[in-house]
Design a protein around this ligand. Structure first.
Ligand code: VAH
Length: 320
């Protein structure tokens, strides 16, 4: 059985639906610290699990005979800068609990998300290689860098089958992200549909690695279903699809909503984005377990506007 910790979140929620489609509803247990996402809570087996409480995780694992855990609970980059110790505690304690359950053989396989946030201001920014200088300057990035070291240590020392991906910014329409720096690339579509205007918290030329949620979910399913011997990197794989700037997103939206307006008022999240790469070299993922992305910026914009137009107008129709 599969347990998703943090199933109410941006990635966790879509991972829950995808894994239920593949493995069957009764084989996937969704869990989170609260009932914050009704779509998840009401659509299958749901448990309250506190990822920072070893007993809470262990009880759920034993109750449902779990052998695979996707640990998707974390505090992201922007919120992490506001609450550094909370971000460190949540991101690290939850990882140790899951790794130690695997070491003690209560579970067989672990997925843990890393991020391009492991790279810092001294990392080469263009086509950032898998192996390079990593001096992350955000709390979130530090937790991802040290988490990768622990994942590799538990694989080498205790034979724990833990697999990880350095996700770029992820764009989706089903569940809003929380507290990320790349969240502008989600908010902009919602605001374009609702108000035809977006006040962007990053500068127009801030180029960042990005990916549509479907690509990120497929990569996660692919790496977890690959043969163990094909997973040659046990820290975390670079993963890439496309890179773009807020200006490029705005231009792609204007093709559908010609009178869409955007303003740029950079805030503290600009300082975070400035430390991250512009593009990522993910050749190891493409060679080791045949990763390839599908969605271009045009494809993302079309899908996002189509789905959000349905979502909001349906609400508008219902309320009229
Ligand atoms: C964040 N969405 O913005 C996350 C992600 C690369 C960005 O790690 O913090």
């Amino acid at each position: 059985k599969i347990l998703i910790i943090g199933a109410c979140g941006q990635i966790g929620s879509e991972l829950t639906f995808k894994l239920r489609n593949i493995y069957g509803d009764n084989n996937v247990i969704a869990s989170d610290i609260s009932y914050s996402n009704p779509d998840i809570v009401n659509s299958g087996i749901f448990e309250i699990v506190d990822a920072q409480d070893y007993a809470s995780v262990k009880i759920c694992v034993e109750k449902h005979d779990v052998d695979t855990v996707y640990l998707m609970a974390a505090m992201l980059s922007a919120t992490g800068e506001k609450y550094p110790m909370k971000a460190w505690d949540l991101n690290m304690t939850s990882l140790f609990h899951v790794l130690n359950l695997a070491r003690a053989k209560f579970i067989k396989k672990v997925f843990w998300p890393s991020s391009i946030a492991v790279f810092g201001p001294t990392t080469p920014k263009d086509y950032t290689p898998q192996y390079t200088i990593m001096e992350p300057s955000t709390v979130y990035g530090i937790t991802k860098q040290v988490g990768e070291r622990w994942c590799e240590y538990y694989f080498n020392k205790y034979d724990v089958d833990v697999r990880s991906l350095r996700y770029p910014g992820i764009i989706s329409w089903k569940t809003l992200p929380g507290g990320g720096t790349t969240d502008y690339a989600v908010e902009i579509y919602h605001e374009a549909i609702k108000n035809k205007f977006y006040n962007c918290f990053l500068k127009e030329d801030t180029k960042l690695p990005m990916m549509f949620m479907d690509d990120a979910i497929n990569a996660t399913v692919d790496i977890m279903s690959a043969n163990s011997e094909d997973i040659k990197i046990r820290s975390s794989y670079n993963l890439a699809a496309i890179s773009f700037t807020p200006k490029e997103v705005a231009e792609s939206i204007k093709k559908y909503i010609p009178d869409f307006e955007i303003k740029y008022e950079p805030d503290y999240r600009q300082d975070i984005a400035n430390t991250w790469p512009k593009s990522i070299n993910d050749s190891y993922a493409r060679q080791d377990w045949k990763w390839k992305h599908k969605f271009s910026l045009e494809g993302i914009t079309k899908e996002m506007l189509l789905e959000l137009d349905k979502k909001y107008n349906q609400i508008l129709k219902k309320n009229n």
